[in-house]
Ligand binder design. Sequence first.
Ligand code: C2O
Ligand code: CU
Ligand code: CU
Length: 520
Amino acid sequence: MTGLTRRQFGGVVGVAGVAGSGLFLGGFPGILRTGNGALVRSTATLPAAYTLPFRVPPVAAGTMHADGSLRYDVEQRTTDIEILPGLRTRMLTYAGSFPGVTLTSRSGRPTVVTVRNSLTVPTATHLHGGHTPADSDGYPTDLVLPPGMPGPPLVPGMPTDPAARVSSGRRDHTYPMRQRAATLWYHDHSMGATARTVWHGLAGFHLVHDDEEEALGLPSGERDLPVMICDRAFAEDGSLLYPPVLAEHNDMPMVPEGYRDGVLGDVTLVNGVPWPVLEAPAVRHRLRILNAANARTYWLALSPPPAGGGGFVQVGSDGGLLETPNARDVLHIAPVERVDVVVDLGRYQPGDVVDVVNELDTGTMRAVMRFRVGQRAADPSRVPDRLAIIERLDPAKAVARRSFQFRKSRSHGQWTINGGAFDPARVDAGTALGALEVWSFTSDVAHPVHLHLDPFQVVARGAPGRLAPTDLGWKDTVALRPSETVELAVRFTDYAGRYVFHCHNLEHEDMAMMANLVTS
Ligand code: C2O
Ligand code: CU
Ligand code: CU
């Protein structure tokens, strides 16, 4: 089997564009319509919604090492996967599946993940939400080359990086896991190519567990479900469609003009399955929802809602448990936010059909997944009124303030932070470990902004103390709406080195909306 060549990888045909409109609706509460982008239309025959069974990604078996660490060995390889019935989709995978194998870790116990690159493209593996030493964080130029590929590779239009730590064939990533239980995920972060590699499959869950969370009695085992939602588009032969990436400004690889706001697909995948259906007993289930789309925002609702409403009981966000559960009718989820919810199917009748829908869309793209409610069953789970204690970061005690403008450059199509395109050699934020800072972000259009190394707390949207529902708890990504200023309190700890922060709309990220955070 040959891998995707670089040419195939970029040279996609049959793309029909529909310009995305700025769909933002102003006002509160909770308006986070950030899904700007343009749609790629599938030419493949698509299955009807709610016909394919829901499944959970395979869970990797780790091994305990004599030094007390948990070890995983993950091979990145090109794999043909049946996503659409009867067709094979050639994907870039972690260990042969999409989503990649689920890794699990224990808070306080180091995990070492060896990633071996058997693809034809360089990769950099990042643990999103990980509190990780810099040399294991998957910095965009810290590439792992396929064996035999001469390196370091040049990314056209991107400055070369003398500090890059390039390796051949494999790399060990050490995660000390000095962090609380949370729904993390891992994905490719290679410079200038992340939107394509993730679109083609390089994403998987990494769940961190701890005693505090396990003591609560939340739904567990088969009733604790990772739910990765993303959109993709497929050609007639089953291959993934992605707009052609052309060298443009300064030879920088860019998608065509119409797609620079973000690439959207017309197939919703939940754990890699188009619009699946899950038969589940009429009991509480925990859904660890991750929006893994390149650019699409979801407003998820239950249809029909349970009598009395509040069908989604949010218990966690990006960085783990909230202080208290929060009953919600709609979950606004920008790219890469995680929303951990408990849904009690016991509020429905056996035989009921309950859909999870995206209120931001109509037609097939309104559909996400379906529950077919089964029999009543014993349910030992509970959702306690107090979930966790969260230390408040007090913005009044900040020792430094920084502000960053997230804007499209007027002169050419690049996305910029404070007017600059990403440059590995420039320090955009040099911070002292342990110092409390307030960072303020201002947007033109919507941008989901993500910080590496440590989670933060949103402290203001426009006005101090004014937050959206998805701002609660420890966050690693904040959804900036158009023309908005958001402030967050952050304190970087433990690890000195060079990290990035960036817009996590992956097309924006690749087209240079990324900056350096250097801690010392
Ligand atoms: Cu999800 Cu910079 O990463
Ligand atoms: Cu990250
Ligand atoms: Cu952006």
